[in-house]
Structures are given as structure tokens and as C-alpha cells.
Write a protein that binds this ligand. Structure first.
Ligand SMILES: *[C@@H]1O[C@H](CO)[C@@H](O)[C@H](O)[C@H]1NC(C)=O
Ligand SMILES: *[C@@H]1O[C@H](CO)[C@@H](O)[C@H](O)[C@H]1NC(C)=O
Length: 728
């Protein structure tokens, strides 16, 4: 007894010295898996995007990911957040990338850093800074010199920053992999030769940065060596990398889907998610990243075109940082089961045996090593009894059972053991808010501080995305002998806009509101308008709702009123206003005055009580409130409002748009059968997004300033602060 202990101790010391001498860390790969410090690994990873939560939330999110059985945190790098103007960098607050990575390291997890710098991500402009569009001669994501110079510049900036902080695994840090570009394969397919040349260039550029860890390219079948091509999707079991010496990796296992304003809210049953992951692993897969593991919030104006402020994604950790059960717990149980199989998985490939129609066994067994098996039933309706190694097993429909010793089932993807009650929103009891209002004035072409130009200009060209709002202003002269002045048949104004929303004011009065959607950003306003003899002021407030984040050369897509703009029903017939003189004003007066801040808000006269504006367009509202007791996550219930922006203590919590009702059908959905993002939906006929996350760390104990800008007109007395808590 004593003797064996001594032997073990000796062995331990020998092992320890071996571990210490191999501290010159390394990451490589072979056809089976990623190899970290000489060991093949089956890795679970989860996407958590640092700017979609607050630094105060990061340690808890990372710990919950670790407790959920993850080995890796994956994030994109958000170029437009880091370089707001050329050469002017920002890495503070929610954009403190180094702090985020160090927190992951402290928790003992690895990092997969997706530099892009194109990231899509339902993020404004796909992560590109808007100024990049105005670099002379530029075309995004193709064999274009100015673009390549800018892309190399930012990629180098990030890689050098990681190197100087010693964050690559090859330096003892947590980053085991990076990504260059993002889902470029489909674009390359469309644009052909310059796309192929660009792929080769991007690969060479990235590899040349010598990070000491592998690079991947997702959805890129022709990823040049040594870059690993990887799969994104709801299912990836059928994917194979382009070389047999590259491991089979799933960079985005979609846990749900994003919500768009005007869309219903997607969700994905965890039984199907677990099934897709088990099928991937039983087919020789070795790396799974959940996209998203925590989706979070598109704070401020960071959401891509028509993307909702909530980026919850039906992820295992919800928008507010709380566990979504049973999703989180069921995946944790899956990860535990797979970790038990890891010794068998990393030392062998799958051998397939047919057990019947839609029934399979995948067995991992090396000559002398351990054995692990997956028993699968692909039938979406019927359960099955199968015999494997002389033992009978029951398989529910559309499920996989996991047997880490080839005998005992420790997990079935359709049998949920995890529990936990759903979350609910409860109004904070002392929450009655007392509001004041201020009317944003309508601007007209004759106002002093406008910009006069001939014709109609593209919106982003004028605003450079400094604001969602751009006024298009012109005058229409009506002669006293116009027929409509006598017969009362009002002329019809028609305005064609490239998007995304529009408010039409005639002589300062709202005449109509129109808006597009994710699949139809363009819009047309057409309505009869009240005009009088003399000069009539036409003020069009064009509103952008995030810039596009995906599509071939999305940088060339327009927004704003590009015309034609016509006035029909005059003596002359139809008057074309398109190329006459227009004046422009970027942004709102309230934005220029910083009404969302304490100092700015005191620069105008607010009214309250019986004078409080109700259901009036273009209205600013403000109130103050004390932070509620406790640490429950908080949100604002905005259901009584239409569309606009919300700030707390000067921080923009995002665009609100509860006035946009979710279209589509929300019939009940079974976990079994092929999932797609249209299959399981909620909120039909209600607001796409009613609640807006208020991070705890943005609050002071007392006197918090809440400012709302409302475009359409709403009832601020219906706004309430709510807590997110468990139902019992
Ligand atoms: C797993 O890999 C082995 C070895 O390459 C191969 O024979 C087998 O067909 C693969 N299984 C699946 C399901 O891809
Ligand atoms: C964009 O602005 C430039 C001047 O800054 C102008 O020459 C150009 O015509 C504008 N383009 C559009 C589409 O409005």
C-alpha cells in the first residue's frame, strides 16, 4: 500500500516535470481534432459578444458558460466599435476586448477570436465602420486595393494587441484559434474571380501574421491551407472539411435565430439542438460552437438593418444573463455525457452500423482503448426499440442516445432531465413615473442652419450615420388659381424612399408615416395633402433603422429619399419635385442639444401635468427614478409607445419599436423533424419587442435620468420599469 503510493507519487513528480517542460504551449490540428499541448480535444464553445452586455455582466456570463460545460468562448471583433473614425481607436467599456479575453482566461476557458473584420452578426454595417465606405475607390470584400489595405491594417492592429498582451495560446494565453473573413464562400460564388483572388490574399495575409495558433474560415469550401474550413448552420453532420487532415468543426450551431422589427420571435427546442450536436459528434465532429450562447442586447444604434434591440437569440443564457431552462441544463448534461466519451472519441473515428430504417449506431473504439457509442433514431414520428451488442434500447423519435462505455445510456437528446421555471416580467411596485415632455420642432427649408442642395441625396452620404434621422426639406408654391383650392380635391404627394422609415409633414403638421422591413426596406408614401395658396413647407423626416449587415456589396445599398417625389392634382397635372432645390438637416434638435444627458436636458423648457404631450409625434420625454431594491435584471416595458430611442443616464439602451407588430404565424411546434428559423415562432400579433434591457450597472441608487424620444406618438404614462424573475 505504502509502496504503491510512493510509486504513484514518483510517477506524479515525473508527470509534473513533463507538464512543466511542455509549457511552450502550442495549438495544432489533425484530421480528428484540434490538438492543444499535444492532446486532441473535443471542444464545446459558445458565442458571447462583449459589446452586447456590460463589463459588469461578463464574469457571471463566463462562469455560467463554464458551469454549462463549455471549454471555449467565441467572439467576433467589432471594428466599427473599435475605430469610430480612421486611426482613432476605442477599447474601453463594452469594447474592452483585452479585459474580456483576460476574464475568460481567468475562468480557465479558451477563446476563439473571430477577427473578420467583416462579421455580419446582425450588427450595424456588418461591423465595418461607415467611414470605410467613403475611402476613395473602395469596394468591400473583394480584390480591391484600398479595402485590402484597410482590412490588413485592422487585422494587424488586433493581432499585435493580442500578442503584446500575450493572449495567444502559443504565448501562454487563452486564444486557441482565430478567424479571418466570415461566410465569404457564398459571396465568392457570386462574384467569381476577384472573390477567389481575395480569399487567397486574405488567407496569406492572416497566416503571415504568425499568431502561433490555427486560423479558420467559415462557410469557405476553398479555404487555402493551412486554414481550416468550417460549417455554420442548424445542422452540420453532413459537412466535411476540404482536406482529410483538417478536423470537422462547427463554428456556428444556431441555438435560435435573431428577431427583426416586425417579425415574430424565433425559438429552437433544445431537444432538436442537442440532437443536431450529437449527430455532428457521432459523425466525427470535434468542435461545436453555440451561436449564440448568450445573445445579449444591441445597445444604442449598433443593430443591423431592422434588427431588433434584443439579440436574445433563444440562447442558453437569456438576454438578461439568466439561465434559460431547460435549454441551458439540457446542454450541460449533453456536454457531461460527451466528456465521458472524449477518450474514445479522440482516439478513433466513427464506425457506422445500420440498426434498421432510420436507425444507426456510431461506435468509437480504438484497438486497446475505450469504447463509446451513439444510438440514433432519425424518424420524426416513431420511437424505436433497437438491439446493440445484444442489449435492447428505447429511442424516442428524432433522438440520439449516448453510451460512453458502449453499454449504459447516460443521455438521450429528447429526454430532458434539467428543470427550472420560465422567467416573467413583474412591474417594480414603486414604479409610477412622473413624466415631462418637450416637442421636437419640425424643420423647414427656410430655417437658417440647413444645407441647401439641388435634388435628392442619399441619406448615409449626408449623415455618415451620425444619426438615424435626416430631414429632407423643400417648398411648394401654390398659385391662388389652383383648381383644388376651390373644388376641395386635395393634391396627392408621392414620395419614393430607399428606406427605412419616413414621416411626412406639411406646413408642420404630420401627414403620414410609412416604414419598410428587413425584406423590404424601400417604401413609398402616397397621400392627399392639405396645401394653401402661397408657399407650403414640405418636411420629410427620413429614418434609418440600422445599416445592412449582409449581402453582396451591401455597402452600395442606399437609404433615404431618392425620389421620385411628385405632387399630383395641380392645374399643370403632376409637378415633379425630385430635382428642385432641397435643404437638409442631419439629426434632431434634441440630439444636437444632448437632451439625453443631465446637462443637455436642462437646456430646454419641459412641460408636465395637463400640458404633457400625449400621442404626439416627435416628442421627447424625461423622468427620474430610483433604482429598485435587489439585483434582478431590469427592463422597460415600452408597449404604450411607437418608435424611437431610449437613454438611461446618458447611455442609449437602444431603438424601441413596439409599434411594429409581429407578422407571421405562430402555430405550435414539435421538436422533431427538420428545424429552420421559420418553424417555431412566438409573439405573432404582438409587438416584436416589448421589453428593453436596462443594465443594472448603468443605474445610480437615486435620481436616474430616463429620456425617451418618440417618433410616432405614444403614451409615456404606460412605460414601466420591470424586474425579470423566475415564475414559481
Ligand atoms: C468517420 O471517419 C472515418 C475515417 O475517416 C470514416 O471511415 C467514416 O465514414 C466517418 N464517419 C462519418 C459518419 O463521417
Ligand atoms: C455623396 O456626396 C458627394 C459629396 O460629398 C456627392 O458628390 C455625391 O453625389 C453624393 N452621392 C449621392 C448618391 O448622393
Amino acid at each position: 500500500m505504502w509502496y504503491t503510493l510512493r510509486i504513484n507519487l514518483l510517477l506524479f513528480i515525473v508527470l509534473l516535470s513533463w507538464v512543466c517542460s511542455s509549457v511552450t504551449a502550442s495549438v495544432s490540428y489533425d484530421g480528428r481534432a484540434i490538438i492543444i499541448n499535444g492532446r486532441r480535444r473535443i471542444l464545446f464553445s459558445g458565442s458571447i459578444h462583449y459589446p452586447r452586455s456590460t463589463p459588469e455582466m461578463w464574469p457571471d456570463l463566463i462562469q455560467k458558460a463554464k458551469d454549462g460545460g463549455l471549454d471555449v468562448i467565441q467572439t467576433y471583433v467589432f471594428w466599427n466599435g473599435h475605430e469610430p473614425s480612421p486611426g482613432n481607436y476605442y477599447f474601453e467599456g463594452r469594447y474592452d476586448l483585452v479585459r474580456f479575453i483576460k476574464l475568460v482566461h481567468e475562468a480557465g476557458l479558451f477563446v476563439h477570436l473571430r477577427i473578420g473584420p467583416y462579421i455580419c452578426a446582425e450588427w450595424n454595417f456588418g461591423g465595418f465602420p461607415v467611414w470605410l465606405k467613403y475611402v476613395p475607390g473602395i469596394a468591400f470584400r473583394t480584390d480591391n486595393k484600398p479595402f485590402k489595405v484597410a482590412m490588413r491594417g485592422f487585422t494587424e492592429k488586433i493581432v499585435n494587441m493580442m500578442k503584446s498582451e500575450k493572449l495567444f495560446e502559443s504565448q501562454g494565453g487563452p486564444i486557441i484559434m482565430s478567424q479571418i473573413e466570415n461566410e465569404f464562400g457564398p459571396v465568392e460564388w457570386e462574384i467569381g474571380a476577384p472573390g477567389k483572388a481575395y480569399t487567397k490574399w486574405a488567407a496569406k495575409m492572416a497566416v503571415g501574421l504568425n499568431t502561433g495558433v490555427p486560423w479558420i474560415m467559415c462557410k469557405q469550401e476553398d479555404a487555402p491551407d493551412p486554414i481550416i474550413d468550417t460549417c455554420n448552420g442548424f445542422y452540420c453532420e453532413g459537412f466535411t472539411p476540404n482536406k482529410n487532415y483538417k478536423p470537422k468543426m462547427w463554428t456556428e450551431a444556431w441555438t435560435g435565430w435573431y428577431t427583426e422589427f416586425g417579425g415574430s420571435v424565433p425559438y429552437r427546442p433544445v431537444e432538436d439542438l442537442a440532437y443536431s450536436v450529437a449527430r455532428f459528434l457521432q459523425n466525427n465532429g470535434s468542435f461545436v460552437n453555440y451561436y449564440m450562447y448568450h445573445g445579449g442586447t444591441n445597445f444604442g444604434r449598433t443593430g443591423g438593418g431592422f434588427i431588433a434591440t434584443s439579440y436574445d437569440y433563444d440562447a442558453p443564457i437569456d438576454e438578461y444573463g439568466l439561465l434559460r431552462e431547460p435549454k441551458w441544463g439540457h446542454l450541460r448534461d449533453l456536454h457531461k455525457a460527451i466528456k465521458q466519451c472524449e477518450p474514445a472519441l479522440v482516439s478513433s473515428y466513427a464506425t457506422l452500423t445500420w440498426l434498421g430504417k432510420n436507425l444507426e449506431a456510431h461506435v468509437f473504439k480504438s484497438e486497446s482503448g475505450p469504447c463509446a457509442a451513439f444510438l440514433s433514431n432519425y424518424d420524426p414520428e416513431s420511437s424505436a426499440k433497437v438491439t446493440f451488442e445484444n442489449v435492447q434500447y428505447d429511442l424516442p423519435p428524432w433522438s440520439v442516445s449516448i453510451l460512453p462505455d458502449c453499454k449504459n445510456v447516460v443521455f438521450n437528446t429528447a429526454r430532458i432531465k434539467a428543470n427550472g421555471s420560465p422567467m416573467k416580467m413583474t412591474p417594480v411596485s414603486d414604479g409610477a413615473l412622473s413624466w415631462e415632455s418637450y416637442n421636437e420642432e419640425t424643420v423647414s427649408a427656410d430655417d437658417g442652419d440647413t444645407l441647401a442642395m439641388d435634388g435628392l441625396w442619399e441619406q448615409v452620404n449626408v449623415t455618415r450615420d451620425a444619426s438615424d434621422y435626416l430631414w429632407y426639406l423643400t417648398n411648394v408654391n401654390i398659385e391662388a388659381d389652383e383648381g383644388f383650392l376651390k373644388n376641395g380635391q386635395d393634391p396627392v404627394l408621392t414620395v419614393m424612399s430607399a428606406g427605412h422609415a419616413l414621416l411626412v409633414f406639411i406646413n408642420g403638421q404630420l401627414s403620414g408615416t410609412v416604414y419598410g422591413g428587413l425584406d423590404h426596406p424601400k417604401l413609398t408614401y402616397s397621400g392627399s395633402v392639405k396645401l394653401g395658396a402661397g408657399i407650403n413647407k414640405i418636411s420629410l423626416l427620413s429614418v434609418a433603422v440600422g445599416l445592412p449587415n449582409v449581402g453582396v456589396h451591401f455597402e452600395t445599398w442606399n437609404a433615404g429619399v431618392l425620389g421620385p417625389v411628385t405632387m399630383k392634382g395641380l392645374n399643370e397635372g403632376t409637378r415633379d419635385l425630385t430635382s428642385q432645390k432641397w435643404a437638409y438637416k442631419v439629426g434632431l434638435k434634441g440630439e444636437a442639444l444632448s437632451l439625453h444627458t443631465v446637462s443637455g436636458s436642462s437646456s430646454v423648457e419641459w412641460v408636465e401635468g395637463s400640458l404633457l404631450a400625449q400621442k404626439q409625434p416627435l416628442t421627447w420625454y424625461k423622468t427620474t427614478f430610483n433604482a429598485p431594491e435587489g439585483n434582478d435584471p431590469l427592463a422597460l416595458d415600452m408597449n404604450s409607445m411607437g418608435k424611437g430611442l431610449v437613454w438611461i443616464n446618458g447611455e442609449n439602451i437602444g431603438r424601441h419599436w413596439p409599434g411594429y407588430t409581429a407578422h407571421g404565424s405562430c402555430s405550435s411546434c414539435s421538436y422533431a423533424g427538420i428545424y429552420n428559423e421559420k418553424k417555431c415562432r412566438s409573439n405573432c400579433g404582438e409587438a416584436s419587442q416589448r421589453w428593453y434591457h436596462v443594465p443594472q450597472s448603468w443605474l445610480n441608487p437615486t435620481g436616474n435620468l430616463l429620456v425617451v424620444f418618440e417618433e410616432w406618438g405614444g403614451d409615456p404614462t404606460g412605460i414601466s420599469l420591470v424586474r425579470r424573475t423566475q415564475t414559481n
